[in-house]
Design a protein around this ligand. Structure first.
Ligand SMILES: [Zn+2]
Length: 63
């Protein structure tokens, strides 16, 4: 089950974007082992991607 989610979730996210379809991102987080950006910007991705995202988009600002 988890393996199927890992394969399908990135494609779903690519099709729907990071828009208001929260059920998709929640499924990615809960079933796919992904993480949400702790800064609350809505970014969702694999843990390494979230770390990289924070470094790129949040470290320069005080937020
Ligand atoms: Zn973020």
């Amino acid at each position: 089950m988890a393996v199927r989610y890992e394969a399908s979730v990135p494609r779903l996210l690519a099709e729907h974007g990071f828009g208001p379809d929260k059920s998709v991102t929640d499924a990615a987080v809960n079933e796919g082992g992904w993480e949400k950006c702790p800064r609350g910007c809505g970014y969702v991705g694999a843990p390494a991607s979230v770390t990289n995202h924070i470094r790129k988009h949040h470290t320069n600002k005080e937020s």
